[in-house]
Design a protein around this ligand. Structure first.
Ligand code: UDP
Ligand code: MG
Length: 324
């Protein structure tokens, strides 16, 4: 059969959830195998993103006990997006389809059935979309909403309320491999691949155990990364802003001249101070935005590796053994 499914799960300090996640995913996979939907050689691959706890030990033990589990050990912590990419790129030659999801069971694994069904009907990319965030805090909901809105106004095409829970066919994975940017924002890049796409709705639950690895600071920089690596709109906005301020200053000039010839002198120290500070602030902000892009160019020209794999554990008939 040619429907080998590989689950790819990035893990950073996830020792509390791994035992449960692995158990539930294994059950899910075996029901799918029994139903004849996927190949018996399907796998669950955990990507260890340089965890400081026992995550890799647990992954290794799971693999030794049951060949359905595999692991990718990164050389150090590279962040969620790079860990996910590392996993997807490692399994792409073995899998016919890959589903990426988080380790913490926040994404309902029952959506997998529907994703696979859609794949079997010929869909290349199936996005998991959160139909409700009942379990998220008000703060998380509000920031997430703002995030998707901002992305769209900045011209980054993302699927609303879709995180990185998605199915990709082999063809889509090969497409993804062609995007070589170092500044990686998968949610913006995957829609650029094209092919046939579809969505599956699911309820987002609570983290099963452990703490979120995305505190506010990380979320903010994730948003800035996403926008500046996929859109040049902020620079365009600065240009417009600069033009607008120029127009305003001409207006002020005309106004002062007219008042001068009418005999009234402007005292306005306050107005002067306010405008100096306001314009100073805008200039710094604009420099900052431009700097963001220059920083991106700097990193892209270096073309450093996005991840390094220390070890790949996977039991397949055709996987090359080191001694061969
Ligand atoms: N993660 C990772 N590397 C990191 C941070 C997070 O691989 O540097 C993984 C983490 O183990 C989890 C996923 O990314 O599987 C999402 O993280 P988390 O659930 O903490 O984020 P949240 O759901 O709170 O946004
Ligand atoms: Mg989570």
């Amino acid at each position: 059969m040619r429907n080998k499914l590989y689950m790819v799960i990035p893990c950073y300090n996830e020792q509390e959830v791994l035992p449960e996640t692995s158990k539930r995913l294994k059950e899910k996979l075996s029901t799918l195998v029994k139903a004849g939907k996927i190949d018996p050689e399907s796998r669950i691959i955990f990507v260890n993103d340089g965890s400081k706890d026992r995550t890799w030990e647990i992954i290794r033990r799971l693999h030794e006990e049951d060949p359905v589990f595999g692991g990718v050990n990164l050389s150090r912590n590279r962040g969620h997006q790079n860990a996910l990419l590392a996993g997807l790129m490692t399994v792409k030659d073995h899998a016919d389809m890959a589903i990426s999801m988080d380790a913490d069971l926040q994404d309902d694994i029952n959506a997998i059935d529907e994703m696979v069904e859609k794949y079997l009907n010929g869909t290349d990319i199936v996005y998991g979309v959160r139909s409700s965030r009942a379990k998220d805090t008000f703060f998380k909901k509000a920031t997430a909403e703002g995030f998707y809105k901002l992305m769209n106004t900045m011209g980054v095409n993302t699927v609303f309320n879709h995180a990185d829970y998605r199915l990709m066919s082999k063809r889509a994975l090969e497409g993804l491999a062609e995007f070589r940017e170092v500044n990686l924002f998968l949610r913006g890049i995957v829609p650029m691949i094209g092919y046939s796409t579809d969505v599956v709705y699911y309820e987002r639950g609570e983290r099963f155990a452990g703490e979120s690895k995305y505190p506010l600071g990380k979320m903010l920089s994730f948003a800035i990364e996403g926008i500046t690596s996929l859109s040049t709109k902020p620079i365009r906005m600065i240009t417009f802003l600069g033009f607008f301020i120029f127009l305003v200053s001409i207006g002020i000039l005309i106004y002062s001249l007219v008042r001068h010839f009418m005999g009234a002198t402007i005292v306005g120290w306050t107005t002067l101070m306010v405008s100096v500070w306001a314009i100073g602030g805008l200039i710094l902000l604009s420099l900052g935005v431009v700097g963001e892009y220059i920083g991106k160019i700097y990193l892209e020209t270096k073309a450093r590796p996005r991840f390094l794999i220390e070890e790949f554990l996977n039991d397949t008939e055709n996987a090359k053994k080191p001694e061969e």
